[in-house]
Design a protein around this ligand. Structure first.
Ligand code: BTN
Length: 235
């Protein structure tokens, strides 16, 4: 895996998308930074990215456009990070599709974007993992959040942790290329926290509300609608 490291950058994902043409399409490029000045979260939200404490990294690579279960790729990254956290004695709580929480507070966010270019797809998976943030650093965040330091009561070596995530994800991506989400289904389901609250989703035309029914084999979730029918939604 090739690594490109910045002391400070607007966003590792913005950099990766702008410079993707320069990356070797045969390997994974990991763009990481000590600090982001314009870190992006899902739904256009900002991602708090103070200097020197957390992991901010974007993994960039290409796959065939025909890749099975492509929509679950960010969940594969979530599973990779969850297994690294287990090796650090943290029991991860996965909130579908990509959030990792600890004691119901957000620890890690994953943001994936894909660009189709004929028969290949360029993939960008951004990872923000709160490693050594202290309680006062977390105060400005709009949702309950925590860090590994607060969860474990001690600081962690974030470079070592990023290396573990890189190694784990590189192995997992090879499994994904062969079997799609199949190899991750049981592990992902084991740490998935079932949502009991109503789930709102938009199908491009209409907003729907339903309740969680089950995890689909391809990583989507099956939602039961008020008329008892089941609809599968994807990340
Ligand atoms: C989320 O909202 O849950 C996803 C957050 C993803 C944040 C990471 S930090 C590294 C990469 N660069 C960004 O600007 N965003 C992602």
């Amino acid at each position: 895996m090739k690594q490109i490291h910045f002391t400070t950058i607007d966003s590792t994902s913005t950099y990766a998308k702008t410079h993707a043409a320069e990356f070797d399409p045969k390997e994974i490029t990991c763009v990481c930074a000590e600090e982001q000045t314009a870190g992006k979260g899902r739904f256009g939200r900002p991602w708090a990215s103070p200097a020197g404490v957390n992991i901010y990294a974007t993994f960039c690579f290409t796959l065939p456009s025909s890749q099975r279960h492509l929509t679950s790729l960010s969940q594969v990254m979530t599973a990779s990070i969850a297994s690294v956290l287990l090796s650090e004695s943290i029991i991860p709580e996965i909130k579908w599709p990509n959030d990792i929480r600890f004691e119901e507070k957000k620890l890690c966010g994953v943001l994936s974007e894909v660009v189709f270019k004929g028969d290949v797809v360029q993939v960008f998976i951004g990872v923000g993992l709160n490693v050594n943030m202290d309680a006062h650093d977390l105060e400005g965040i709009s949702q309950p959040a925590t860090s590994l330091k607060l969860a474990k009561g001690q600081s962690l070596d974030k470079e070592e942790l990023l290396q573990k995530i890189q190694t784990q994800f590189a192995q997992d991506l090879e499994k994904f290329k062969l079997n799609g989400f199949d190899s991750f289904y049981s592990f992902y389901q084991q740490y998935l926290v079932i949502q009991t609250k109503p789930i709102h989703f938009f199908d491009g035309k209409k907003e729907w509300v339903g309740t969680y029914h089950s995890l689909n084999k391809d990583g989507g979730i099956n939602i039961q609608l008020p008329d008892q029918s089941i609809q599968t939604i994807y990340t």
